[in-house]
Design a protein around this ligand. Structure first.
Ligand code: ACO
Ligand code: OAA
Length: 444
């Protein structure tokens, strides 16, 4: 490293460290949560509920409700009826009520109409900036779309809803085309830019746009549809949705706000964990000689935790949650699909390894770290494996999360605009001792 940079680094390290005991002394909750995972109350919402404790503060298996409907029930009903649900749940989350058949049809037609990107956008923006990092290119695309909107700064609810619906419809197209640009320009593959079909659902269109032959099975599209539904919304406090609240509260426009939320989501401790979890399992498979030996797997997990293996960051991805303790309900729902898909795709051996890690990783964290709450696998643990079995490339794992979560961000943005009208601005306590300014001539 450049010597100047090394010196700068040392200065920053010595001037920025805050002793851990200060957090208790000043009664500051690190990460805005107490040690049991209960978050500082920062707002009120009608959009969803994330429950991990009962009224007495005791840990319970996680429950997730969208507009007061249990997500488990929503997915179970869709499965029983053998129908797609992403558009219906989008309607529910955005407008607060379940659509009847006519309303749903109208809304699906509106989404189809809005999917189309501005003339020249694919050529001028997407194909001109190919990147392996599809999330970054998506942010670039969202900010570029602002230039095509004459009412970019109009934050009336009607206009923000229009912009949100437009972006919800555009997201799958932008994500897949961004991936295709990367495949073509960086990987020297053929370029496939298929048009979305107005007769198809979001999940079907994703597979149609992705695959060179545009073909997919109904089961594949329905599994993807469930994956999207499970990722759509998770309360106001998750990192990307809270980002949405913070940026919205400053009066910023929809495009800038959603670009900020995307930037938050891509972090490996948040939505970016799905690609990391998949890569971590690949790495474990490569480095563990006997996948039936629990001790060998645990030892390797310990090496990852101690930054000696995999990405040397010390995290076991897809494990643990800021709020959930005993279980993440989305993980539980997802798992039923994983088992069926793995049997169908001949991946039962890989599933066995996942199942071992799912149990052993939380144990290893509890043994090696100071934990106050139960640790369990989260939704990101299996999502990559499911996408892999659907033939979806890793570059698109986190973008798929974004395609779903933009619905939650949009609902929270309108809720913030309707109710708050107050800039979000928490406080930071200064722990500095006052100093006399030192004359340049006498500085060492
Ligand atoms: C959709 C989503 O965003 S779900 C979350 C996806 N993220 C991941 O899967 C990344 C891996 N997991 C994590 O990093 C964490 O579990 C988080 C960020 C999700 C939650 O973090 P926290 O609420 O701070 O965790 P918690 O309070 O339970 O942690 C207790 C201790 O266990 C550690 N820990 C918790 N989970 C993990 C993990 N998966 N790997 C390594 N250490 C962990 C924490 O670092 C902490 O130790 P420390 O005090 O020595 O730093
Ligand atoms: O709630 C959180 O902190 C993270 C999460 O699971 C999500 O955003 O889906």
């Amino acid at each position: 490293m450049d010597q100047r940079l090394k010196a700068y680094e040392e200065k920053v390290l010595s001037s920025s460290k805050i002793p851990i005991e200060y957090y208790e002394k000043y009664d500051v909750k690190k990460g805005l949560r107490d040690i049991n995972g209960v978050g500082v109350l920062a707002g009120l919402t009608n959009i969803s509920a994330v429950h991990a404790t009962d009224k007495n503060g005791h840990q319970i298996p996680g429950v997730l409700e969208y507009r007061a409907f249990n997500v488990k029930d929503i997915v179970a009903q869709l499965r029983e009826d053998n129908r797609f649900g992403f558009e219906e749940v989008t309607y529910l989350l955005l407008f607060g009520v379940l659509p009847n058949q006519k309303e749903l049809k109208e809304f699906q037609a509106l989404l189809s109409e809005k999917r189309e990107l501005p003339v020249g956008f694919v050529r001028d923006v997407i194909l001109s900036h190919p990147s392996e990092d599809v999330m970054n290119l998506m942010s670039q695309c969202i900010l570029s779309l602002a230039s095509y909107d004459e009412n970019v700064s109009d934050i009336s609810i009607a206009n923000v809803l229009l912009q949100s619906i437009q972006l919800i419809a555009n997201f799958p197209v932008i994500a897949i085309y961004s991936y295709q640009a990367h495949q073509h320009y960086n990987k020297h593959e053929s370029l496939h830019i298929h048009y979305p079909s107005s007769d198809l659902t979001t999940a079907e269109n994703i597979l149609r746009l992705l695959r060179p032959d545009q073909k997919y099975s109904d089961t594949e599209a329905k599994v993807l549809d469930v994956a999207l539904i499970l990722h759509m919304e998770h309360g106001g406090g998750n990192n990307s949705t809270f980002t949405t609240h913070v940026v919205t509260s400053s009066g910023s426009d929809t495009y800038a706000t959603i670009a900020a939320a995307l930037s938050s989501l891509k972090g490996p401790k948040h939505g970016g964990a799905n690609i990391k979890a998949a890569k971590m399992l690949e790495n474990i498979k490569k480095n563990v000689s006997n996948p039936n030996d629990d001790e060998e797997i645990s030892n390797y997990l310990k090496q990852i935790l101690n930054k000696e293996a995999f990405d040397h960051k010390g995290l076991l991805y897809g494990i643990g949650h800021a709020i959930y303790t005993i279980s993440d309900p989305r993980f539980e729902i997802f798992k039923t699909y994983v088992a069926e898909l793995a049997a169908e795709k001949g991946r039962l051996e890989d599933l066995e390894l996942y199942e071992k890690v799912e149990v052993l990783a939380p144990q290893v964290i509890v043994e090696e770290r100071k934990t106050y709450k139960t640790i369990s696998p989260n939704i990101d643990f299996y999502s990559g494996f499911v996408y892999e079995m659907l033939g979806i490339p890793q570059e698109l794992y986190t973008p798929l999360f974004a395609i779903a979560r933009i619905v939650g961000w949009s609902a929270h943005r309108t809720e913030e605009l309707i109710n708050m009208n107050k800039i979000i601005r928490p406080a930071y306590e200064s722990v500095m001792d006052p100093k006399e300014y030192i004359d340049m001539k006498v500085r060492e």
